[in-house]
Design a protein around this ligand. Structure first.
Ligand code: MG
Ligand code: MG
Length: 253
């Protein structure tokens, strides 16, 4: 990955909006269909079929060998869970679904954590705070701000509510590649971070643990879980930087 940040023209940003609208619509469709008894493999099929019907390709399938179109991560799983016929969603679960597509040469990337039925108040709050922290970060997407302004806003909201921010995985620039510079951490960096320029497109994606921040990768080589096995939530939007402020490309009306 080169260190240069690639700015997008307004026409390119429009294509990225279309790509991200496919992603957002897919996540919305999954939110309507998820229910106890559904396998994570079924969610993966629904997503891939839907995205292909819209003329896009699933972006994660085959990415560094990842076997699914979706990353589906339940409860103590943070990110990068592999869809499986054997994993059946049940009442009280939280299901983090991360999806990306390639469309007309550009990528879209967004994630949500969906509740299945009734959640405990603490887990409900974890989802609320994680989603809020994403929007606290988006609020800092202003030309002239630095990446750190986003990171600090996310971290402060999460920690003020007693939860912790994952350090090992971060957000990223996005464009004709799924992952481009710059990194978008969800915690304060001590070194100087890049300034936001009009034409940047960034994926902001807080991963928030109910317990401690430490995570590890399971033996399957992909699934990331909290070390203390506490629940974890993940919300992500792809956001365009413009002179008029943030444009949340993956937000579906
Ligand atoms: Mg993602
Ligand atoms: Mg991402």
């Amino acid at each position: 990955m080169s260190s240069a940040i690639i700015l997008k023209t307004p026409a390119e940003m429009q294509i990225m909006r279309e790509a991200n609208q496919i992603v957002g619509s897919t996540l919305k469709m999954l939110a309507q269909r998820i229910a106890p008894g559904v396998s994570t493999k079924q969610l993966d099929r629904w997503a891939e079929d839907f995205a292909r019907e819209q003329g896009s390709e699933p972006a994660f399938k085959g990415y560094r060998g990842f076997p699914g179109s979706l990353c589906v991560s339940l409860n103590e799983q943070v990110v990068h869970g592999i869809p499986s016929k054997k994993v059946i969603v049940k009442e009280g679960d939280i299901v983090s679904i991360d999806f990306g597509v390639k469309y007309k040469g550009f990528y879209g990337d967004s994630a949500v954590t969906l509740p299945v039925g009734e959640l405990s108040p603490k887990v409900r709050k974890l989802l609320d705070v994680t989603r809020e922290s994403l929007y606290k970060g988006i609020d800092k997407v202003r030309v002239g701000n630095r990446i750190n302004d986003i990171s600090i806003a996310v971290q402060q909201h999460v920690e003020a509510n007693g939860f912790s921010v994952v350090r090992q995985f971060v957000g990223h620039g996005i464009g004709a590649s799924l992952h481009e510079p710059p990194e978008i951490p969800n915690y304060r960096r001590s070194e100087q971070t890049p300034r936001l320029l009009a034409g940047m497109v960034i994926a902001i994606e807080p991963m928030v643990n109910l317990g401690k921040l430490d995570v590890k990768v399971l033996a399957d080589g992909w699934t990331v879980v909290t070390k203390d096995r506490s629940p974890s939530a993940h919300f992500e939007h792809s956001v365009g930087v413009t002179e008029d402020g943030p444009v949340v490309l993956s937000e579906v009306a």
